[in-house]
Design a protein around this ligand. Sequence first.
Ligand SMILES: [Cu+2]
Length: 174
Amino acid sequence: MSLPIKALVAIAALSFSINAMADAGHADIGKPGKASATQRTVEIVLGEMYFKPEALNVKAGETVRFVVKNEGQLLHEFNIGTMDMHAHHREEMAMMMEHGMLTPTGINPEKMNMDHGQMGMGHMKHDDPNSVLIEPGKTMELVWTFPKSGVLQVACNIPGHSEAGMVGQIAIGR
Ligand SMILES: [Cu+2]
């Protein structure tokens, strides 16, 4: 495994996750967008413990290219979802921390790509299409097509971070 971490995370972010879609259930949070369909680029800066900007308005059905920069010292996540989805994902992230796949400052690619089936964890990869994990000093992109209406939450689900202020809001169509 000699792919740079950035590439691994980009691949993970692009891969379609059945589980994430199932988690979304009835809540329509939108879907991964095509870079070619991008109508707007929005820059987001992450740090301890904030998103800048922390509130955003998008148009109904708009495809936005997020360029997300981690200017902090710790590993952070930019995840678009609902409160329920974030609560569920926070548990997964806590598990990944416990098992050393994530550290407070980075991603351990060997552990992240291990087969965790024998540990009773099933698939335990950070491959949700609605999320990017960004190491300190790095920038990641996420292209997202929003639904026609609703209010979504942005969160960093690394244990303790959203509790400390890493939450934001995206309002659609207003
Ligand atoms: Cu964070």
